[in-house]
Design a binder for this molecule. Structure first.
Ligand code: TXA
Ligand code: MG
Length: 308
């Protein structure tokens, strides 16, 4: 476990430079970072997560300029990046020819997912490393995403070189993924509400349809899954269930946001699921309004509840 100070950041960068994996804090969730130019490092990410290799990774960069070196830029990309980077937004762009990235990162696709994270420690590591970092969420594939160093240690602790301790992730949901290889499309709802993107673009986003050629994480039915089984839109706990509340909820073991605040609920979602999963057999979850961040929360809950 490394502290999020100069010494810790420098140790993290040293490990990344030799191809080791380091879990780093971002504002969304903890990322399992490796050098995106180093095929062996990227292969280790897939191995550590037990991730199907057809699922491409997000490449993290420190600024727009670096992103332009890897993705074919457009006016729309510029508009979105200027408005929302650094932040919980990932842009999928056509891959620029002659990039020095490992082809494993894009899983052989001719597009690339790019993001500038807002967490100061992530940015400091990216600047000091001065290279692109592939970083999926730092959890075993299919399980609950990590929003605390302890979540990472519990899931991957013995498979990675280090964890940089940046405390709890502020946003708590993975980035929103927007496809820009054609008309702007919502590939994954996430920490940036889709409505904000549509307002900026002045047009609705295409909605990703399952079965499209484009690979997005959501296509795997079961994802973000606790050990316990899940029941959604619960009003009360039935016998044997543990209730996760939202807004005023009687008998809740934990509450995502007693005041019904979606931002607070997003930040608490994975942490509360991790905590309940230690003892619950069935987690019943109160209903969450399906707008703003609620769309991404409901997306994660549906996948957590999907048949395995
Ligand atoms: O907030 C986040 O995005 C976190 C933090 C660590 O930055 N990262 C994250 O990465 O959620 P990951 O690997 O768990 O999710 C990335 C998803 C992949 O599942 C993949 O489906 C999609 O992004 N993706 C990556 N490259 C793509 C591409 N070229 N085309 C379409 N989707 C892509
Ligand atoms: Mg993930």
């Amino acid at each position: 476990m490394l502290p999020a100070n100069e010494a810790g950041i420098s140790a993290a960068v040293t490990a990344l430079a030799v191809g080791d994996l380091v879990a780093i804090p971002t504002e969304t969730v903890y990322g399992l970072a490796g050098d995106a130019r180093n095929g062996a490092a990227v292969a280790r990410i897939f191995e550590a997560k037990g991730r199907p290799s057809f699922n491409p990774l997000i490449v993290h960069v420190p600024d727009i300029e670096t992103a332009q070196a890897y993705g074919v830029w457009s006016d729309t990309a510029q508009k979105l990046a200027e408005a929302f980077w650094p932040g919980p937004l990932t842009l999928v762009l056509p891959l620029r020819a002659g990039s020095n990235l490992s082809s494993l990162v894009t899983a052989g696709l001719d597009s690339i997912a790019l993001r500038v994270p807002a967490h100061p420690t992530a940015l400091a590591i990216l600047r000091a490393f001065s290279g692109p970092l592939a970083a999926p969420s730092a959890n075993p594939s299919g399980q609950i995403s990590p929003t605390l160093p302890a979540h990472v240690a519990g899931g991957l602790g013995n498979r990675i070189a280090a964890i940089v301790d940046g405390g709890a992730c502020g946003v708590g949901l993975e980035s929103t993924i927007i496809g820009l290889t054609g008309a702007p499309a919502l590939l994954r709802p996430g920490g940036l509400p889709a409505e904000m993107i549509e307002d900026l673009l002045g047009a609705p986003l295409l909605q990703h349809v399952a079965g499209d050629a484009i690979t997005a994480p959501g296509q795997l039915g079961s994802h973000y899954a606790p050990r316990a089984s899940m029941r959604l839109n619960a009003e009360t706990a039935r016998p044997g269930e543990t209730l996760l509340g939202f807004g005023p909820t009687d008998g809740a073991a934990l509450n995502l946001s007693p005041t019904g605040d979606l931002t607070e609920a997003a930040a608490n979602l994975f942490g509360h699921l991790h905590q309940l999963d230690r003892t619950a057999r069935i987690i019943a979850v109160a209903s969450i309004p399906d707008h703003g961040l609620g769309c991404a929360i409901n997306d994660r809950l549906r996948r957590a509840a999907a048949p395995r």
